[in-house]
Ligand binder design. Structure first.
Ligand code: UFG
Length: 343
């Protein structure tokens, strides 16, 4: 078994591709599996342009256990990261079976194969969504999870439990669930970034597409929340900082540093930022004006959520480092690169 080799399931996607870059930079060999359901092969080219290394790639749907098993036969990675999930809250409400099937089956297959092949370490992409509308802010890893408000959120909670229970039933398996807050930005090289299909659901891609002229006007969903400027508060974490958290999580498990074989970490900045602040920050960082208007609240949005990152800081030795303005510059550079927009 090779402790320097990592399987990245969903490694062609937004978070997966940035993580593949950081793993390669840290000296890991990377095996990417992806079915391109929400990504394409251009991210593999981007990884190669940034690192000089093209990760091994196998086109596999992680819901196909036999096909995924063949990857275990061929490669001897000791660790795996599971990014191979659907992530749109609204779509999950409309197509719950599709979300439960894809998000849970892909993880179940991975967990079973890890045990069957005696592989040891799994990192799972969890989400701040597991906290729901938290009573006390910032949220720590001990903040109780609230009942999920969408099938997507439910798959994150159920997946955490699947990993926890399988680690408990094994004497070898280790698992880390990273609860991401709001991942934004792109690699500073502008070679990889977020490529949402259709109309973006998330704030930053909507902003960059508005700046690029693809969307006419950004709607700010609500200015009457109980917050300092009336818009929602979130914890926006730079994608490269987030990717680095996966590397330290893998390092920790490979080195068997922890007595606990299942651990959970919040991955955020610890700083609440409002929608208005983010929009103004984008305008300032990139020296442009954005077309926006205030619209009605979006159903399902919580007023505020941000992370207490003490545990990640102290236990993982990880903290967010990139300035928000640099993150927002990188987001715009990526959008310009994708659309071929000159300075
Ligand atoms: N927003 C707008 N206009 C937009 C898009 C978003 O004003 O066009 C606002 C939202 O209302 C919210 C903030 O920007 O206040 C952030 O919205 P995102 O959609 O970017 O992110 P969310 O906080 O809604 O979503 C995140 C993760 C999901 C997760 C969800 C759970 O991206 O994976 O938190 O709360 F499920």
């Amino acid at each position: 078994m090779n402790n320097r080799c990592v399987l990245v399931a969903g490694g062609a996607g937004y978070i997966g591709s940035h993580t593949a870059v950081e793993l390669i930079n840290a000296g890991y060999e990377v095996v990417v599996v992806d079915n391109f359901s929400n990504s394409d092969a251009s991210s593999l080219d981007g990884i190669e342009r940034i690192t000089g290394v093209r990760p091994t790639f196998v086109e596999v749907d992680c819901c196909d256990k036999e096909a995924l098993g063949e990857v275990f036969e061929r490669y001897d990675f000791s660790s795996a990261i599971h990014f191979a999930a659907f992530k749109a809250v609204g779509e999950s409400v409309a197509k719950p079976a599709m979300y439960y099937r894809n998000n849970l089956l892909s993880l179940l297959n991975l967990v079973e194969l890890m045990s069957e092949y005696g592989r040891e370490n799994i990192v799972f992409s969890s989400s701040a969504t597991v906290y729901g509308d938290a009573d006390v802010l910032p949220v720590t890893e001990l903040t109780p999870r609230k009942p999920a408000t969408s099938p997507y959120g439910n798959t994150k909670q159920m997946s955490e439990d699947i990993l926890r229970d399988n680690v408990a039933a094994s004497d070898k398996l280790r698992g880390i669930a990273l609860r991401y807050f709001n991942p934004i930005g792109a690699h500073p090289s502008a070679q990889i970034g977020e490529l949402p299909r259709g109309v973006p659901n998330n704030l930053v891609p909507y902003i960059t597409q508005t700046a690029a002229g693809i969307r006419e006007c950004l709607s700010i969903f609500g200015d009457d929340y109980d917050t300092p400027d009336g818009s929602c508060l979130r914890d926006y974490i730079d994608i490269v900082d987030l990717a680095r958290a996966h590397v330290v999580a893998i390092d920790r498990m490979v080195a068997k540093l922890s007595e606990e074989r299942y651990e959970v970490f919040n991955i955020g900045t610890g700083r609440p930022v409002s929608v208005f602040e983010l929009v103004k920050g984008f305008e300032q960082a990139n020296n442009l004006k954005l077309n926006y208007r205030v619209a009605a609240r979006r159903a399902g949005d919580v007023t505020a959520v941000w992370a207490d990152t003490t545990r990640a800081n102290e236990v993982l030795g990880w903290r967010a480092e990139r300035e928000l303005s640099d993150t927002l510059k990188a987001a715009w550079q990526w959008e310009r690169n994708v659309r071929g927009i000159k300075e």
